[in-house]
Design a protein around this ligand. Sequence first.
Ligand SMILES: Cc1ncc(COP(=O)(O)O)c(C=O)c1O
Length: 389
Amino acid sequence: MNLASRMARIESESAFEVLVRARALEAEGRDIIHLEIGEPDFATPRHIIEAAKRALDDGWTKYGPPQGLLALREAIAAEVSQTRGIGVGPEHVCVVPGGKPMIFFPMMALLDAGDEVIYPNPGFPTYESMIRFLGATPAPVPLVEERGFSFDLDVFARRLSGRTKLVILNSPQNPTGGVIPAGDVRSIADMLRERDVIVLSDEIYSRIWFGEPPLSIASLPGMLEKTIMLDGFSKTYSMTGWRLGYGVMPLWLVEAVNLLMVNSNSCTSSFTQRAGIAALTGPQDDVVAMVCEFRRRRDAFVAALNRVPGFRCRLPEGAFYAFANITGTGWKSKPLADALLEKAGVAALSGTAFGEYGEGYLRFSMANSYENLMAAVQRIEDFMRLSSQ
Ligand SMILES: Cc1ncc(COP(=O)(O)O)c(C=O)c1O
């Protein structure tokens, strides 16, 4: 029995594969510093956990509406309206089990074979995987290190065609830590406003930034009605394992996502959604403290990486990734990532895990303690020194 042919076009995610290899090395007694996986190393805030426990005791253990609980959608609509300066109601919100389904469902709903999708490269691997899976045509636009890992807007403009159906933006960005400057977001909106395209704006790192706040394209004139805004609880509230995310979109897309939810998950877990209400409406001190700690780690880790011969790393402006240029070492990305794991005990990801334009880079997740991050750079430096002898 063969799998359906489309299964030959879907990819896995390297972060999970490297994690498995790193765990296997640990099982052999090796000491590995984990800088591969993109999940905050902080506990979910206490009051959110208490809200989930209360919800279980109160009987939130049954099916709920496929679109999500009204009270959570109201809280999301209020949060999004306030943070993005737009006016959306709960009818525009779809609650789904994590951020990823808000990539999967809209792409399933929108893309036919031959439709072109513009997306960042290097970028979150699910984008390209889903484009290929659905038989659509990938139109990657490289991110330019010298532009703070934003697009070259001329290249972006040339990639637009009569077949472009979807444009994916991600800011703050995985894997580069780049934040698309407000001026670039405005220019992109100007290029798209009159076109028959939809934007998937992946804003899962919307609360984790250190300099200029990210601007959502949805907040620009004429763009709300053609944007799906993705956000969620995984990163902001350190809730990766809870599986809770959402999208804000025009009503005709809400209908499509609801149909896909009915046919797949039925609904998102009810008690988890109750905890989501507590997350959005409760104290935000833990989020502030987490971002503050990420900034402290970023400053020290990136400065130290820049002292490793052959490494050059821009200061990321958001998310919690350092995307280091390693072309000066003479190594290719994948062999260096493998060698650092096997020989130095540092798990990082090759830039090529995020697309062809990630060659020449390594991604380090700063979701590990300050001490471990500094120990990791020391190991990398020692390895580079030995390997160049
Ligand atoms: C850019 C981006 N979008 C979406 C997601 C998916 O988030 P979730 O874990 O909530 O599905 C991630 C997770 O790493 C991400 O980096």
